[in-house]
Write a protein that binds this ligand. Structure first.
Ligand SMILES: Nc1ncnc2c1ncn2[C@@H]1O[C@H](COP(=O)(O)OP(=O)(O)O)[C@@H](O)[C@H]1O
Ligand SMILES: CC(=O)N[C@@H](CCC(=O)OP(=O)(O)O)C(=O)O
Length: 246
């Protein structure tokens, strides 16, 4: 079994969904949708800003964020199903799949995962269904906006499963403008240095942090790789992209 995080930066997800649908073994998909959320917030006249790769989430933006993410999951699940892998779009609110708490008051309704309903995921896999999870969590007040990388790392950690973060770059790059500057492997200490000196920035920060959290929680291996179909297939076999090691 593998956990696959599909980045919202991958706007044309169809070819990737076909590759995932046809890959061997059980999958749990966790997806993002940052660019689509941004587009809708802008269209509706909301300001949006990021702190360390996380979208600061005033409570009044939560309805839009939840709608966009939930619908994105339904689209991905229907594509997987069409390509032969029966899939089900869920949000972290369904059956308390992702219990969460606010991460930091300054970030508004941004959540961090406190518990994953692994029994539900195992039951779905047992029934031959592929869960497609929108990164919305739940506390006693209502929904929380969880970064999709964070959510994928938490799910992988809870299941002690490998996780692959598929995105619009080949992995962690020494020079984000040069796709040939890929780090094949990074340790925890190297990751922290690269965050401190600004080489790892923006949306790459939650990815490497989630990768380290998953490893700490028991994931056997973790990769950040390109979401092109060929690279995604290799990443699922623990070969392409950047491997993060403890
Ligand atoms: N060192 C780095 N190597 C690669 N990408 C980086 C790095 N630092 C920042 N980034 C940015 O992180 C982006 C990927 O994160 P993000 O846009 O959130 O994607 P996704 O939607 O797939 O999660 C890249 O497109 C790139 O702009
Ligand atoms: C708290 C936070 O940052 N939530 C993210 C959730 C979606 C996401 O993570 O999408 P990507 O994987 O495409 O970046 C957001 O609002 O954009």
């Amino acid at each position: 079994m593998r956990v696959v995080k599909v980045g919202g930066s991958l706007r044309e997800a169809e070819a990737l969904m076909q590759a995932l649908a046809q890959s061997a073994g059980s999958l749990i998909v966790v997806h993002g949708g940052g660019p689509r959320i941004g587009a809708w917030l802008e269209r509706l006249g909301f300001e949006t800003r990021f702190h360390q790769g996380l979208r600061v989430t005033p409570p009044e933006q939560m309805e839009v964020i939840e709608q966009v993410l939930t619908q994105t999951g339904k689209v991905l699940a229907s594509l997987l199903t069409r390509f032969g892998r029966e899939a089900l779009g869920l949000s972290g609110r369904d059956a308390a799949l992702l219990k969460a708490r606010p991460k930091d008051a300054a970030l508004g309704r941004v959540g961090e995962v406190t518990a994953v309903n692994t029994a539900l995921l195992e039951a779905l896999l047992e029934a031959g269904l592929t869960p497609v999870i929108a990164p919305i969590g739940m506390d006693e007040i209502g929904p929380l906006n969880i970064n999709a990388d964070t959510a994928a790392g938490a799910v992988a950690g809870a299941l002690s499963a490998p996780v692959v973060f598929l995105t619009n770059v080949p992995g962690v790059l020494a020079d984000p403008t040069d796709p040939n500057s890929l780090y094949p492997e990074l340790t925890r200490a190297e990751v922290h240095t690269l965050i401190q000196n600004g080489v790892i920035a923006g949306g790459m920060i939650p990815k490497v942090k989630a990768a380290l959290a998953a490893l700490e929680a028991g994931a056997p291996w973790v990769r950040i790789a390109s979401g092109t179909p060929a690279h995604a297939r290799n990443a699922l076999n623990n070969t392409s992209g950047t491997r993060i090691i403890p």
